[in-house]
Design a protein around this ligand. Structure first.
Ligand SMILES: Cc1cc2nc3c(=O)[nH]c(=O)nc-3n(C[C@H](O)[C@H](O)[C@H](O)COP(=O)(O)OP(=O)(O)OC[C@H]3O[C@@H](n4cnc5c(N)ncnc54)[C@H](O)[C@@H]3O)c2cc1C
Ligand code: SF4
Ligand code: SF4
Length: 1015
C-alpha cells in the first residue's frame, strides 16, 4: 500500500496553541476534547463540497463547559465554531476553529408551556425528538426541514431553516420568540421582544436599530421581498421586507437578529420556540402536468387556495421512482398518463369537511386553468404518507450517482416570486445545458424555492473543471435572480458557497452594516471569522473536499469494488463500465466517497441504522464518521498505512456490521462490507490474534466440539475459566458462550427421513417437490433442533429434503467467521467448498433453504464480491431463507401442511440482515399461515450481539446498551408471547438480557404442525 502524492493532503501538525488549548480544556472542563487528526478530520466536513481541518473539537457537557471553552479559545486567539448535526450544505460548520459540538449533551427541553404553546430548548435537541415529545399535547414545532430526524434546533436557528410547509408556518425566524446567547466576551445576552429588553440586549437593539434606520433606503432598494431570504443578518426586522411578518403584532424581536447568523454572533445556549397546534387531518391533491413550464406557472394560482404545502416532483424523479419496484405502485397511483411534472398540494387543519372542500376547489381551479381531469385526490392518510416517501426516495436515488461528477449544491435554493417561477426555471435549465450539465428539479414550489443541483466534477481543474463551471453557472443564475427580484440564498444559508454573494445581493452599504453588527457583538471575530462578513470566494479550491489534484493511495482491495470504479456523463448521467473509473484503490475509495455527509445516519428511528451511534452519540461511531475516517485514510490524510492503523480500527470498532446503512443510507454506503475489507487488510498486515483464531476457525473445530460438548462447555460452568477467557482472549466473563450440542443433523439426516443427494435429484427429475436444507455451522452445532424443525415442516408439506453435506458428510460452512476476522483466504476456501456442494442443485433450479440469516445472506451478498467463480451467481439466485421459501411455495399453492391453532401472540424480532434485505414481510407472512396467529414485528434495531461482537469483553457494555434501546424492553413487555428471532446471536442476547426463550420461526412452525400433537 503506497501513497502516490500525499504532501498536499497532510493535516497541519499540532501547534503550540492547539496543544495549549487542548490542555486547558482538559484541565478546566469535563467535556470531551478531541484533537487527534482523525477526530478533527471527522469534523472537517459537512454536507457541502468543502473541507477545512478544525484546530480541535470540543463536546461540552453543559453550558458551563461552553462558557469555559469560549473563554479559553478567546484567550488563545483560536476562533470558535458552534455545530449541531453538521448537515449544512454550504460549509457553515467547517473552519480552522475550535468546533463546539452541542448535539451530544445539550439536548434538553428546558421548559414547556402547553397552554401558551411555547418551549425553551437547548440547541442540540433534534427537531423530531422535540416533536415526538410534543405530540401527546397536540402540538408541534412546524419548521419541518427534510433533515428533521437529525437537524438540531440550534443548527436550524443558525441557518434560519425552512420546511416544506413554510408557506403556512414561515421559516425559523417566524417561529422563534427568544434566544439566550453566550457572546464572545463571555457575556450573556437574552434577546426577545425589544420592548422588554434591558442591559446588553437593549444596547444591542439600540445599536442595530440605528443601523437599520440609517440604511432604510438601502434596505428598501436592495432587500428581496420574498419570504425565502436567508442571506446576511436580519437587519430588516426594523423595516420588514419578508412576505410574512416576523411577529404577529408588528413589534420587533431582537432574537430574530440571531436567527440565520450561522454561528457568527455567539453561541445559542437556548431558544424560546413558538409551537403550533398539530393539524388533525390532511388531504392531498396531486396535479399532473404535461409540461414542466405549466406546472411552474400554475404554482402562483394554487397558493391562493391557502395550501400548507405545494411540492414539485419532476419527470426525472417520477421515472426514478417508477424504476424502483417498491415505489412503482405508489407513484403510479398519483399519475394520470405520463406527466412531465406533478405538484403535491396539501391542505391540513382540523375540519376534514373543510379540507375536502379545499381539495374540490383545487380540482376546479386546475380545470379553470385549462387542465381538467389532471388531479388525483388523496383524502386518506396512508397513500399520502407513501407518496411523501417516494418524493424523499427520489432525491436519494439522485444523490447516489456513482463517479466523480456529483450533484453539487450552490444555487440549489434561489427563491423567486411565483409569477416568475416558470421563466426562471426554463432559463436556468438552458444555463445548465450550455455548461454541459443538467439538474433535476424538486421541492418547494409554494414559495418559489426549487432545489436543483447541476452535476459537476470538482476534481477537474481548468476552464471545464468543476470550480470554473460552478462560477459560470452561479454568475448566470445570479443574473436571473436579480432579473426576477428574488433571493440568491433562499433556504440553506450562506456558509462558504454563498458568503461572497451577500454583498452582491444587498450592496456594499448593507454589507458594511452587517460588518458593523459583527463588530458590535464580536469585535475580535472569535465566532466563525470570515463567514457572512469578509467571506472567501466560493470557488477557492483550497477549501474543497475533493480539490483538483486529490489523490488516493494505491491499494489492491480484497473485495471487488469495481461497481463503484466508474465515471458518469453529467449531461446524460450514463455510467461507464465497472472498473473504468481510474480509482487507485479499485473502487473502494469511490464507494467510501459516496458518503456526502448528509447526516441521515444520525437519525434515531428504531430501524437498523446506526446502532453504535444511537448508544454513543459520537461522530466517530456513526456511519458518516466511519466513512470520513476511511476517506481520509484512503487519501493519505491520516498519514501512511492509515487504513490498517489505529484511527480506522477505532472508528470501526463498534460497527456491528448490521448493514443498516446499506439499506437506509440514501447513497447506499455499505459499512459492513467496508469493515470486512479493512479487517482483511489488517489481517494481511498483522496476522491473527488468539481471539481471531478462536472465532474465525470455529467452523473448523465445531465438529469436535459438538462431539465433546461437556469439555467445550466447561467454560460456562467455571468462573475461573470465564475470568481466564476474558483475561487472555478478550471474551467477556459476563457472557455465557453458546452451548455446544451433540446432535448434528447433516451426517444423520437419513435417520429422520432426509434423502440423499442422488435421491433428491431423481425426485426432482420426476417432478416431485424437493428442497435442499442447508444447516449452517451455528444451527448444526448449537441448535440442531432448528434444523430438525425445518426438516419436519418441509416434510410435512410434502417435500423430499436433502440436508446439504460437504466433506465427510459434515455441514459445509459459509466462511463468515473467517470474513469477520479478515482471514479472506480461508473464507474463500470455505465459500468455494460450499458452492461446490450446492451448485448441482442450483443449476437444476432447486431451492437451497437456509436458517441463519447472516450465513444464508452471505451467499447473496458478500459471495458476489469475493472474486469467486460464476457458481456464486448461480447459487445466490437459488439461496432462500426458510421464510422466503415457505412464502414462495405457499403463494404457488405447493405448501399447505395441516396446522394447529396458535394460542399465544407471536412477536418477531428481525435480524439486521433480514431487515437490510427487506425480508421481514416474508417472515410475518410465513408465520401468518398458522391458523389464528396474531403476528407482529417488534420495533427493534440491532440486538447488539451481532455475531461475536457482544461476546467481546470490550464491547459488552455497548452490546447491552444496543439491546436495551428497544429490543429487550419490548421482549420483557411481551412475556406471554412466543418471541421469534431467526438469528442465533439475537436469540442468545434475548435469553441473556430478558431471560426469554426466543425461537427460530422454523421451530414455531414445527410446534404447530398438526402432526406435532401426536409426536
Ligand atoms: C439532504 C438535506 C436536506 C436538507 N433539507 C433542508 C430543508 O428542508 N430545509 C432547510 O432549511 N434546510 C435543509 N437542509 C440543510 C440543513 O439540514 C439545515 O439547515 C439544518 O437545520 C441544519 O441543522 P444542523 O443541526 O445540522 O446544523 P449545523 O449544520 O450543525 O449548523 C448550522 C449552523 O448553525 C450554527 N449553529 C449550530 N449550533 C449553534 C449554536 N448552539 N449556537 C450558534 N450557532 C449554532 C452553525 O455554526 C452553522 O452555522 C438540508 C440538508 C441536507 C443535507
Ligand atoms: S453514511 Fe450515508 S446517511 Fe450517513 S452521512 Fe454518509 S451518505 Fe448520509
Ligand atoms: S453496519 Fe450498522 S453499525 Fe455499522 S455503520 Fe452501518 S448501520 Fe452502523
Amino acid at each position: 500500500m503506497k501513497l502516490e502524492d500525499p504532501s498536499h493532503l497532510r493535516p497541519a501538525a499540532p501547534t503550540d496553541t492547539s496543544v495549549a488549548l487542548a490542555a486547558r480544556l482538559r484541565a478546566h472542563t469535563p467535556g470531551e476534547v478531541l484533537f487527534d487528526v482523525a477526530s478533527r478530520g471527522r469534523y472537517a466536513t459537512d454536507a457541502s463540497i468543502y473541507q477545512v481541518m478544525p484546530v480541535g473539537v470540543f463536546v461540552p457537557t453543559d453550558d458551563a463547559d461552553v462558557r469555559s471553552a469560549i473563554q479559553i479559545a478567546r484567550e488563545l486567539k483560536v476562533p470558535v465554531l458552534p455545530r449541531g448535526a453538521g448537515t449544512s450544505q454550504c460549509g457553515q460548520t467547517v473552519g480552522a476553529s475550535l468546533v463546539i459540538d452541542g448535539s451530544k449533551h445539550l439536548r434538553n427541553v428546558l421548559a414547556l408551556d402547553v397552554e401558551r404553546r411555547t418551549a425553551r430548548v437547548q440547541p442540540g435537541l433534534v427537531l423530531d425528538h422535540l416533536n415526538a415529545r410534543l405530540k401527546s399535547h397536540g402540538l408541534w414545532y412546524p419548521v419541518d426541514v427534510s433533515t428533521s430526524a437529525q437537524a438540531t434546533l440550534g443548527g436550524m436557528a443558525g441557518n434560519n431553516s425552512c420546511g416544506s410547509r413554510s408557506i403556512a408556518y414561515g421559516n425559523m425566524v417566524h417561529n422563534v420568540l427568544g434566544v439566550q446567547m453566550r457572546l464572545a466576551d463571555g457575556a450573556a445576552l437574552s434577546a426577545g421582544p425589544v420592548a422588554s429588553l434591558s442591559g446588553r440586549a437593549a444596547a444591542t437593539a439600540q445599536f442595530v436599530r440605528a443601523l437599520a434606520d440609517t440604511h432604510r433606503a438601502e434596505i428598501e432598494a436592495h432587500w428581496p421581498q420574498v419570504m425565502r431570504r436567508v442571506a446576511g443578518y436580519n437587519l430588516d426586522i426594523w423595516h420588514p421586507r419578508s412576505e410574512r411578518p416576523y411577529t404577529d403584532d408588528g413589534s420587533v424581536n431582537l432574537a430574530h437578529l440571531f436567527i440565520g447568523a450561522e454561528g457568527t454572533l455567539g453561541f445559542v445556549e437556548s431558544l424560546d420556540l413558538r409551537l403550533s397546534p398539530l393539524p388533525r387531518a390532511k388531504v392531498l391533491g396531486v396535479v399532473n402536468f404535461s409540461s414542466f413550464h405549466r406546472a411552474m406557472d400554475s404554482a402562483q394560482h394554487i397558493v391562493r387556495l391557502k395550501p400548507t404545502a405545494v411540492e414539485l416532483v419532476d419527470r426525472t424523479m417520477i421515472e426514478l421512482a417508477r424504476a424502483n419496484p417498491a415505489f412503482k405502485p405508489v407513484i403510479e397511483s398519483a399519475l394520470i398518463g405520463a406527466p412531465e411534472a406533478i405538484l403535491l398540494v396539501e391542505f391540513s387543519g382540523d375540519d376534514r369537511t373543510a379540507l375536502r372542500l379545499q381539495l374540490r376547489q383545487l380540482v376546479e381551479l386546475i380545470g379553470d386553468l385549462g387542465l381538467p381531469d389532471t388531479v388525483v385526490e388523496m383524502p386518506d392518510e396512508a397513500p399520502q404518507k407513501a407518496l411523501w416517501e417516494v418524493r424523499k426516495a427520489g432525491l436519494n436515488i439522485m444523490m447516489s450517482l456513482k463517479g466523480d461528477g456529483k450533484p453539487v449544491s450552490f444555487i440549489e435554493d434561489c427563491a423567486v416570486p411565483l409569477q416568475h417561477l416558470a421563466e426562471y426555471t426554463a432559463a436556468l435549465t438552458d444555463v445548465f445545458a450550455r455548461h454541459g450539465t443538467r439538474g433535476t428539479w424538486y421541492a418547494h414550489a409554494s414559495v418559489g424555492t426549487l432545489h436543483v443541483r447541476p452535476i459537476l466534477d470538482m476534481r477537474q481543474a481548468g476552464a471545464t473543471g468543476g470550480a470554473a463551471r460552478m462560477r459560470a453557472i452561479a454568475d448566470e443564475a445570479s443574473a436571473l435572480v436579480r432579473k426576477f427580484k428574488g433571493a440568491y440564498s433562499g433556504e440553506h444559508g450562506d456558509g462558504l458557497c454563498r458568503g461572497e454573494w451577500i454583498q452582491w445581493q444587498f450592496g456594499p452599504k448593507l454589507n458594511d452594516a452587517f460588518r458593523a453588527i459583527k463588530h458590535h457583538l464580536d469585535p475580535e471575530h472569535v465566532f466563525c471569522p470570515n463567514r457572512i462578513v469578509d467571506p472567501p470566494k466560493m470557488d477557492n479550491s483550497s477549501l474543497f473536499r475533493f480539490a483538483p489534484g486529490y489523490r488516493t493511495i494505491a491499494l489492491t482491495p480484497v473485495f471487488d469494488w469495481s461497481a463503484w470504479n466508474v465515471q458518469n456523463d453529467p449531461a446524460t448521467e450514463t455510467i461507464t463500465a465497472p472498473g473504468s473509473g481510474g480509482d487507485t484503490t479499485g473502487g473502494l475509495a469511490k464507494a467510501v466517497e459516496m458518503c456526502n455527509n448528509n447526516g441521515h445516519c444520525r437519525k434515531f428511528d428504531a430501524g437498523t441504522m446506526c446502532p453504535s451511534y444511537r448508544v454513543t452519540r459520537d461522530e466517530q461511531h456513526l456511519t458518516r464518521g466511519r466513512a470520513n475516517t476511511l476517506r481520509l485514510a484512503l487519501s493519505g490524510q491520516l498519514g501512511p498505512e492509515a487504513l490498517t492503523g489505529n484511527a480506522v480500527r477505532d472508528a470501526l470498532d463498534l460497527c456491528v456490521g448490521c448493514k443498516g446503512c446499506k439499506r437506509d443510507c440514501p447513497t447506499g454506503v455499505d459499512m459492513a462490507r467496508m469493515k470486512f475489507e479493512v479487517q482483511a487488510q489488517r489481517h494481511a498486515r498483522f496476522g491473527a490474534t488468539l481471539k481471531d483464531l478462536l472465532i474465525g476457525r470455529l467452523p473448523d473445530y465445531a465438529h469436535w466440539a459438538s462431539r465433546l460438548p461437556w469439555l467445550f462447555n466447561l467454560r460456562n460452568h467455571s468462573r475461573l475459566l470465564a475470568w481466564a477467557s476474558e483475561r487472555w482472549i478478550g471474551l467477556s466473563a459476563q457472557r455465557r458462550l453458546p452451548v455446544w450440542r451433540n446432535g448434528a443433523v447433516a451426517p444423520r439426516a437419513a435417520r429422520w427421513g432426509g434423502v440423499t443427494r442422488d435421491e433428491l435429484l431423481q425426485a426432482h427429475a420426476a417432478g416431485a417437490k424437493v428442497a435442499v436444507l442447508w444447516s449452517d455451522t451455528f444451527n448444526e452445532h448449537f441448535e440442531p433442533d432448528n434444523t430438525m424443525a425445518a426438516l419436519r415442516v418441509l416434510q410435512a408439506a410434502g417435500y423430499a429434503v436433502h440436508v446439504a453435506q460437504g466433506e465427510h458428510g459434515r455441514t459445509p460452512c459459509c466462511g463468515r467467521t473467517h470474513l469477520a476476522v479478515g482471514d479472506t483466504a480461508r473464507a474463500r476456501a470455505k465459500a468455494q467448498a460450499l458452492l461446490d456442494a450446492l451448485l448441482p442443485f442450483a443449476q437444476r433450479g432447486i431451492a437451497i433453504v437456509g436458517l441463519e440469516p447472516s450465513c444464508l445472506l452471505t451467499l447473496r451478498d458478500e459471495y458476489l464480491v469475493m472474486r469467486l467463480d460464476d457458481a456464486a451467481q448461480t447459487v445466490a439466485a437459488h439461496a432462500l431463507l426458510f421464510a422466503e421459501f415457505v412464502v414462495r411455495e405457499a403463494h404457488a399453492g405447493r405448501f399447505a401442511p395441516a396446522w394447529q391453532r396458535v394460542q399465544h401472540p407471536i412477536r418477531v424480532h428481525g435480524h439486521c440482515h433480514q431487515k437490510a434485505h427487506g425480508l421481514m414481510d416474508g417472515v410475518l407472512a410465513a408465520l401468518r399461515l398458522l391458523p389464528e396467529a396474531d403476528v407482529s414485528l417488534i420495533d427493534s434495531s440491532c440486538c447488539g450481539m451481532a455475531g461475536s461482537f457482544g461476546y467481546d469483553a470490550a464491547h459488552h457494555d455497548a452490546s447491552m446498551r444496543m439491546a436495551e434501546l428497544s429490543l429487550l424492553p419490548a421482549v420483557r413487555a411481551a412475556h406471554n408471547a412466543i418471541v421469534v428471532a431467526d438469528g442465533t446471536s439475537c436469540r442468545h442476547q434475548i435469553a441473556d438480557g430478558a431471560q426469554h426463550d426466543a425461537r427460530h420461526m422454523a421451530r414455531v412452525m414445527a410446534d404447530h404442525l398438526a402432526s406435532a400433537v401426536t409426536r
